[in-house]
Design a binder for this molecule. Structure first.
Ligand SMILES: [Zn+2]
Length: 377
């Protein structure tokens, strides 16, 4: 018999999740239970009208609302400035309403100021509304590090009506990000003997299967049940898997490639999941070439047409890197391969040169796939 003395800490889920068509309206009393003077955090001009309505609803519940805006991605400059603003205005909670970077910034602010945290995702592009993790970027958008928080948010409101207003490409990006759960969890934790982790990995498989079945209909018909399943899979279930599996069931090479890609300005306009989607293809290439995994090539052929249909980048050109020189591609690889990178959770060694080769050959493979489609048509 072998017993382990290692203990695992899990931040599995928000204390309360309210999801559905009218979740925001129904969630207002739960917000009022948590605070009287919340900061309403957001960023993008495209969500300004929505946030104005949220603010009016909060005021209608007799809450004093302090408006806070991010200037950049989730970065220390913004966090320091907003921390001072929230303290000066005596805020007693943070309501983060926006995309992944706004949600991450809201979680960090609430954590640092020890305030209740309420997340209101305005797209299904990531599961940041759920998790106890936040990514920190430079003001210029380059990934710096991720920070594990002690707990998931106190309240998550996933309002279908609000999420549906986001551009469709955010859903495509969320699908790619959620698909990565399976490809990363299975290779990083597939051989774990821990039952909870095994179950989380299987949940990632079910999530992937559901996305493979429903993604196309969800993208084409935002009013469909498939849309609800897919949006909640991306915004909620992907977070459950990270929470249940814990630190050992998180990101591997697909996200490490994403982190490397953020170092180049040329692909900053691409969403998180769009870079992660390309990262999955690169990871599968590494598994095929270095891990001797023949199924990986098959997985890549299965995934490529779906990603293409979703408009998720599958070539360097799609990522805005068509003109990138060798030194720029090397910069991606050296960041993704730096010591401590999640890439090293792969069950085999990867050098910068290996990764460069995988990046270039994935790109070539996707291009020849596109050409064969054009020939057929
Ligand atoms: Zn992600």
């Amino acid at each position: 018999m072998t017993t382990s003395l290692v203990c695992h800490t899990h931040a599995i889920a928000p204390s309360r999740v309210i999801r559905g068509e009218q979740a925001w309206q129904q969630g207002l009393p739960a917000i009022a239970d948590l605070c009287q003077r919340p900061a309403l955090l957001g960023r993008s001009p495209s969500t300004q009208d929505i946030r104005a309505r949220l603010k009016a609803d909060l005021i209608g519940c007799d809450l004093a609302v302090v408006e806070s805006e991010l200037q950049f991605d989730c970065c220390e400059d913004d966090l320091t400035r907003l921390q001072a603003q929230l303290q000066a205005t005596a805020c007693d909670a943070v309501i983060a309403a926006g995309g992944g970077k706004v949600l991450d910034a809201g979680k960090l602010l609430a954590h640092r100021l020890k305030l209740p945290c309420i997340t209101v995702p305005l797209s299904a592009a990531t599961c940041a509304g759920w998790t106890a993790l936040a990514n920190i970027y430079s003001p210029d958008g380059a990934f710096i590090a991720d920070e594990a928080l002690a707990a998931c948010p106190d309240l998550l409101i996933f309002d279908h009506g609000l999420v549906r207003q986001a551009p469709n490409q955010t859903l495509a990006s969320g699908i790619a990000d959620a698909l990565a759960k399976w490809y990363e969890a299975s290779v990083g934790s597939g051989s774990s003997t821990d039952g909870i982790i095994q179950q989380a990995v299987q949940m990632a498989r079910v999530l992937r299967d559901q996305l493979l079945i429903d993604a196309r209909e969800a993208m084409a018909q935002p009013e469909s049940e498939a849309w609800v399943r897919v949006a909640e899979a991306c915004g909620l279930t992907a977070g459950v898997i990270g929470g249940l599996g814990g630190a050992q069931c998180r990101t591997v090479a697909a996200h490490a490639v994403h982190n490397g890609l953020t170092q180049l300005h040329a692909c900053h306009s691409k969403l998180h999941g769009e870079k992660v989607g390309f990262g999955i293809l690169v990871q599968l290439r590494l598994e095929e070439r270095l891990g001797g995994n023949q199924l990986a090539a098959q997985s890549r052929r299965q995934l490529l047409p779906l990603l293409q249909e979703l408009g998720v980048p599958v070539t360097l050109q799609d990522l805005g890197l068509g003109e990138a020189g060798l030194h720029e591609l090397r910069a991606i690889c050296s960041f993704a391969c730096r010591p401590g990178s999640d890439l090293h959770h792969l069950p085999f060694d990867v050098t910068e040169t290996d990764l460069l080769e995988a990046l270039v050959s994935t790109d070539a493979d996707s291009r020849s796939f596109s050409t064969s489609l054009e020939t057929e048509a």
